[in-house]
Design a protein around this ligand. Structure first.
Ligand code: MG
Length: 385
């Protein structure tokens, strides 16, 4: 069963207050018409009938949605007919006709109308009237009215396309809704349960009610766009060899040994660099700067770290923060930590409070405890918003 929906938005109604027709005003962060169109995103063909003067505004509102804009007529039934005629090529099996001023229509109502159409000529939602009904004159009650069999009509009203097209072509005059047009053509219309949330925005209070309903729905719905947050970790070890200083996180620290390695053996900077590559799922330093390539012999590790940061930014990520722990008995890192954080922040283009470098011993256990080398581990957070 192919489906279409016609959103009737050609009215100029400003009873709801404000200078704009109500369908173009915002509610819960989006134009009323946008909410209404999104409620019908499941149909095969979506048409919105608009006032010709509103075309520019309508084009903005439908941005990113597949919606056919059709000019309306002075009367509602003429507008619906234009929408139906515009569907001739698509020739859907069934069509839902809906007022743009009902942006809160639950999908369950649309589904009820569509599934009922499998067995009926027409289907439309309504709510039985439960309040007592009076007649009145000059603010005085003049009588009571039996409410038995009375309903408050809602939309969408659904029909088989060829039936409702023929009914509109034959109809003369003005109708309250499409059920009236359908019945004039002898079509039988089933009533399906309506929904109190499917309110029609008429006055200013209705905007508030609609905003509450739509805001609640927005909170329940999956986020339209969410942050992409990545974590990566890095771990590195370098052994000691003869020498008189080590390079740790870009800072030369006097020591009675040096670190052995293909580059400057900056174990801390390597761990941070690998954490960034890890967050990007881009392997590690060895993949980007193969140790077998002589051009990286003795290279400043800053080249690797800069490359990882540039790769992250080229993929749209900002580096949120890095945290690096150096593991060694000696040299003592504490006196140099602030210089290391400043240097790492400078290379990475990060504010000082986003760079953490700290140290620990391994309580004289293992290779770091025996002072055979230095280990480092690091975490990096990358954020794309
Ligand atoms: Mg290394």
């Amino acid at each position: 069963m192919t489906t279409a929906a016609i959103i009737v938005a050609a009215g100029r109604g400003t009873r709801a207050g404000g200078p704009l027709p109500k369908q173009w005003r915002d509610v819960a962060g989006k134009p009323v018409a946008r909410w209404t169109l999104e409620a019908f995103a499941d149909v095969d063909t979506l048409v919105m009938v608009i006032h010709p003067d509103d075309r520019d505004r309508a084009e903005q509102v439908v941005d990113g949605l597949d919606v056919l804009l059709v000019d309306g007529a002075p009367q509602r039934s003429g507008s619906v007919r234009n929408g139906l005629e515009a569907l001739a090529k698509a020739a859907p099996d069934v069509v839902l006709i809906h007022d743009v001023a009902r942006p809160c229509v639950p999908r369950s109502v649309n589904q009820a109308v569509l599934s009922t159409l499998a067995n009926t000529q027409g289907a439309a939602p309504a709510l039985a009237i439960t309040d007592a009904l009076w007649t009145g004159h000059n603010n005085h009650v003049t009588g009571t009215q039996d409410r038995t069999g009375l309903f408050r009509a809602q939309t969408p009203q659904g029909f088989h396309y060829s039936d409702i097209l023929a009914a509109h072509r034959a109809f003369q005059g003005e109708a309250a809704d499409d059920v009236e047009v359908a019945r004039a053509a002898g079509l039988d219309v089933a009533i399906v349960p309506g929904d109190e949330r499917n309110l029609k925005i008429t006055g200013p209070d209705d905007f508030e009610r609609a905003a509450k309903i739509l805001t609640a729905r927005k909170l329940l719905a999956p986020k339209e766009s969410s942050m992409d947050i990545r974590l990566g970790n890095g771990f590195d070890v370098h052994a000691f060899e003869d020498g008189n200083h080590v390079i740790l996180c870009g800072v030369s620290v006097p020591h009675n040994r040096a670190l052995k390695g293909h580059s400057d053996a900056d174990v801390g900077m390597h761990a941070v660099t690998d954490a960034i590559y890890g967050a990007l799922a881009e392997g590690d330093i060895g993949r980007h700067f193969p140790p077998s390539d002589p051009q990286w012999k003795g290279a400043a590790s800053e080249i690797f770290l800069r490359h990882a940061c540039e790769l992250a930014r080229s993929k749209g990520y900002e580096i949120g923060n890095i945290d690096c722990t150096l593991i060694c008995e000696r040299p003592k890192v504490g006196p140099h930590a602030s210089a290391m954080m400043a240097e790492m922040g400078r290379i990475m283009g990060l504010a000082p409070d986003r760079v953490s470098i700290k140290a620990t011993t391994s309580e004289r256990l293992g290779f770091t405890g025996r002072e055979e080398g230095i280990a480092a581990l690091a975490t990096a957070t990358l954020v794309k918003s």
